[in-house]
Design a protein around this ligand. Structure first.
Ligand code: ADP
Ligand code: MG
Length: 413
């Protein structure tokens, strides 16, 4: 065991150039190297990729990585290849599939990335019998659960594949899963309960604020006036993104839009501009942010409610990865919740209870007079202090805020 860890530390340095493991990485890697299936729940930016990439380099055979989005896979591939790891993706977007299959069969791959719909095909199972497999890594594992915030039915089809290679350990990874979802992931993927490893969720450098929306444009302009540094504003629809980007851009700051309706070139250009910038603002739908590793984002604003507490945590978590003070502000309206409740009617019945519970949890976070961070961390199963000193409710207790607001209203009337 000690030998394995020493070897892991050496590989950590040799392959990634890192001097130490961060947080629970070491526990996860140690379990995987011992061949024990694991579910690691680690916040965004905590370094989940390393927990399968490092064993992939150390163990003989190929680590098969299941990942839900081609764009995410290609980001991972670039990063892994840059570290000298022998990696490939097997997706419909890859012209070199034949070559990848040859490399796999020749035992020349440390990592093979596939989408769940391909992984569950008999063809793929057949392929995996052609060369030794070291590990199955299932990224974004909450997708396997109907209780999760992003259920993808294809993830359900993975189980037969995993079971037909029963001797190969499984490593499931997710940033956001409440207790219910965790239990479900363990059951769905056949990972023992003792295999659960949960990292701390607190992001102490993020200051949370959740405010009623009265005039979104005025509130966002005020935010841009007082907040320096790069920032992201999430808006609910493409039309709203366009509208906000244009109006806010008139204020002098560089503001660009990002949503799935823009051409791939425009999206790539706007994203590159944002990543390189020190004060640009991106107005975006939630299509923006996954796989972007920009450490100095100083604020994330929500112009409407996010889908769930999990989504809120993930989206606000894009602020302040460098550890410097950052801000997360949500502007919510009662109409957001009314619309979301209306949409519950359209959800398939077997998912409706989970969706309703998610919406109720979000409403609690929004309406509370308690510490926002305490509510968030409790949602993820932690036992936080009652006050954090770095959220709106801790910094400006409700009474005071109401008086100030009233005074402002009276002055501007
Ligand atoms: P996640 O998937 O959990 O969101 P990533 O795997 O993308 O996180 O890693 C986030 C960042 O942290 C990456 O830039 C990665 O290189 C860096 N990182 C990971 N592990 C370490 C470590 N032990 N020391 C320093 N940096 C690390
Ligand atoms: Mg990741």
């Amino acid at each position: 065991h000690a030998d394995a860890l020493a070897a892991a530390r050496e590989a950590l340095h040799a392959t990634f150039g890192f001097s130490a493991f961060r947080g629970v990485q070491q526990d996860v890697v140690a379990r995987v190297l011992a061949g024990r299936s694991t579910l690691a729940v680690m916040p965004t930016g905590a370094g989940k990729s390393l927990t399968y990439q490092l064993p992939a380099v150390m163990l003989p055979g190929t680590c098969v990585v299941v990942s839900p989005l081609i764009a995410l896979m290609h980001d991972q591939l670039r990063a892994a290849t840059a570290n000298g790891i022998r990696a490939a993706t097997l997706t419909s977007a890859d012209a070199d599939r034949e070559q990848t299959i040859d490399r796999f069969r020749a035992g020349e791959l440390d990592l093979l990335y596939v989408a769940p719909e391909r992984a569950s095909q008999p063809h793929f199972r057949e392929l995996l019998t052609r060369a030794p497999i070291s590990l199955f890594a299932i990224d974004e594992a909450h997708c396997v659960s109907e209780w999760g915030h992003d259920f993808r039915p294809d993830y359900r089809l993975l189980r037969p594949l995993l079971d037909s290679f029963g001797h190969v350990p499984r490593l499931a990874l997710t940033a956001t899963a409440d207790r219910h979802t965790r239990a479900d992931i363990l059951a769905q993927l056949g990972i023992p309960e003792e295999g659960l490893i949960v990292a701390g969720f607190d992001r102490p450098n993020i200051r949370y604020a959740i405010r009623p929306r009265d005039n979104a444009m005025r509130q966002l302009k005020a935010l841009l006036d007082e907040q320096p540094g790069p920032g992201i504003i999430y808006a609910p629809t493409r039309a709203r993104v366009e509208q906000l980007a244009e109006a806010l851009g008139a204020g002098g700051r560089r503001v660009l839009p990002y949503h799935a309706g823009l051409s791939p070139e425009t999206r790539a250009r706007n994203q590159a501009a944002f990543v390189a910038s020190e004060d640009m603002v991106m107005v975006a739908t939630v299509a923006f942010g996954m796989g972007i590793d920009k450490p100095d984002v100083r604020f994330v604003a929500h112009a409407g409610i996010p889908k769930s507490i999990e989504a809120y945590y993930q989206e606000t978590g894009r602020a302040g990865r460098d550890g410097d003070p950052s801000v997360a502000v949500m502007f919510w309206g009662a109409d957001d919740f009314a619309r979301a409740r209306q949409r519950l009617g359209e959800v398939e019945e077997h998912r409706r209870n989970a969706e309703r519970a998610r919406l109720d949890a979000l409403a609690t976070l929004v309406e509370t007079a308690e510490c926002r961070r305490a509510i968030l961390l409790r949602h993820f199963g932690e036992n936080p202090l009652a006050t954090c000193g770095n959220c709106d409710n801790c910094l400006e207790p409700v009474g005071v805020l109401d008086v100030t607001r009233l005074a402002q209203k009276l002055l501007s009337a």
